[in-house]
Design a protein around this ligand. Sequence first.
Ligand SMILES: *Cc1c(COP(=O)(O)O)cnc(C)c1O
Length: 375
Amino acid sequence: METKIWLSSPHMSGNELQYVNEAFATNWIAPLGPNVNAFEKSIEHYLGESSHVAAVSSGTAAIHLALILLGVTNNDEVICQSKTFSASANPIMYLGAKPIFIDSEKDTWNLCPILLEEAIIDRIAKGKKPKAIIAVHLYGMPYKVTEIHEISKRYNIPVIEDSAEALGSTYNTIKCGTFGDFAILSFNGNKIITTSGGGALITKNETLKDKAVFLATQARDKAVEYLHSHVGYNYRMSNVLAGIGRGQMEVIDQRVNQRRKNFEFYKTELQHIEGITFTGEPEGNFSNRWLSTILTESSKMRDDLHKTFEKQHIETRPLWKPMHQQPVFADYPKYVNGVSDDLFNRGLCLPSGSNLTEADLERILNCFKSYFAYA
Ligand SMILES: *Cc1c(COP(=O)(O)O)cnc(C)c1O
């Protein structure tokens, strides 16, 4: 049996162990320590734009903290891009708030500015102004930053920029993860760099970073005894895992190049096939191409391709099922235009790891050749 080709698997640089060993040698085996501080600094340096970074246990935890710091509570409404991974929306539920789902536009597959504004006007007319907007750079493709943030300013509703899939992507040469009132990153095992599990909360305001760290470490007031005047969370990143992150940040630019090369390979080899299309980068957008995706001409073609790959031990996956179609979110308001449903029906994510070999790519290509019967 041939080895399995994964959608997106961890890719170590080799330097991670040195930092992990330092944690062991100094006995910093805790959710704080020198690796955590250095990992945060390396991300701040990489993102620029006066970013302050708090390393936490997951991207989901970072979104939860952002919502809390924006004052979201019970019965508030929070707007969320429908075409995303469920982790964008789940923290809204943790707070007893209500998600309002918004569909995508066709250029970037992200939050549609027209529907966003319609929804805001409608929610206000119905009596409640949304407390926050969660916008996502899905698959690494930047959302329409200028349009979305103009609307955010016009209605004075802050944006949580879900950059979990977009470390290394840029919009008008500015790094994704620096546009939102808060932004978040994920270092889960399948992301462009990983700490096995982890995330980061990003803000321009150092006081807000300190507040996030305070909440993420059980909200301990300054006192000799354990003193608490707020509900706290145990969300800080482990110093051992931050060591992995330090080694990973040293190769982030290589990882972006490798992922983009995968996309170029697929596009060059497959764009002549009738029935398959690729989505380009709109003016100003630079995608890390975290996942390479294709659109097929029908859901049958997509499903057949998926099965063809499965037989060859190659992992592919339909484009994410929109949140407004998920059983858990079925009862929440939605503003839809059919775009994300169509993408979900016809789209496929292809293996996209930065560690794919030429032999892997040939195996993947051969599946297309056998399915479409050409050589
Ligand atoms: C991975 C991901 C998250 C959550 O990150 P975790 O670190 O896995 O909690 C949030 N949003 C999107 C779009 C993601 O892909």
